[in-house]
Design a protein around this ligand. Sequence first.
Ligand SMILES: *Cc1c(COP(=O)(O)O)cnc(C)c1O
Length: 336
Amino acid sequence: MSYQSGKHFLQIPGPTNVPDRVFRAMSKPTIDHRGPEFVNLTREILNGLKQIIRTSGTVVIYPSSGTGAWEASLVNTLSPGDKILMFETGFFATQWKSVIESKLIEDKKQTIKAVAIVHNETSTGTTSRVADVRKAMDRAQHPALLMVDTISSLASIDYRQDEWGIDVTIGCSQKGLMLPPGLGLNGISEKALASSKSARLPKSYWDWEPMIHSNKSGFFPYTPATNLLYGLSESIHMLMEEGLDNVFARHKRLGEATRLAIRAWELELLCQNPEEYSSSLTAVLMGKVFRIGHLGDFNELMLVGTLGGIEMGLAMAKIPFSKGGLMAALDYLAYS
Ligand SMILES: *Cc1c(COP(=O)(O)O)cnc(C)c1O
């Protein structure tokens, strides 16, 4: 491939832009993960993640993708034959929470062991109201565990594990946490931890028990992704410096500017319900969809570059659209 001048520009909904501060932190020498220095790093990042997930429960980190963190949540809490309730969001929009409630009410023998949902659906740009799902489960008086994929919402969109009664949080490094791919994580409630004691699905690598046991003394049961953990420590510092509420407000504002551009182009937003607009990405319906990522280490000028690139791309591809989306976004960013 020939050299392309200028900054690398890829504004997809993950992997996201990795800040230079994080890259610099990751370039430190790889230390002995069984040595004394490691203990402080482990404690710091586990405490930091608890603040981001907003839990006083347990957090574990794997050298894995997000998919690995999903597998971990399932194999640690379920046994062969257990049923779980899962929904495709985005299509059902407003209805699916009542569907969950009626499915749970129908489940008189309480054979459903877990309800698994996605907080921010990255394929459609739709954010589910997770707290409402908890309320629906409570109304149905059903004991199923609530598991939530926060992969494209964590550190971008408000999320509260304890307050919203979530049992397992599934997350990973390469989206709102502003890291390269390679870390998966679970936030674990007391109830989920209790279920794990009797869960019989086979597991070894994903087993919470040895992980939690080693983490207590500041270590890991096998070699962790040391340099990614340096990066995580730095990204947690950055998120805390900005303040989580400011981080969420920044994402919301960039999402709003993006939607204004799309409307001015007279293109169609895939997400129809304003209450469920995603602050981390926007999907545009053109028969198929294309997605604009506005999450992670991202600011107004970067969004302007992204929207400018899209407006150029639409023109070059001779797609019918109205000009002026970029201007609509600029007006919003400049005046409100
Ligand atoms: C990116 C993403 C995943 C997949 O994560 P991997 O790291 O690719 O395994 C899963 N769920 C959601 C909501 C995502 O955005």
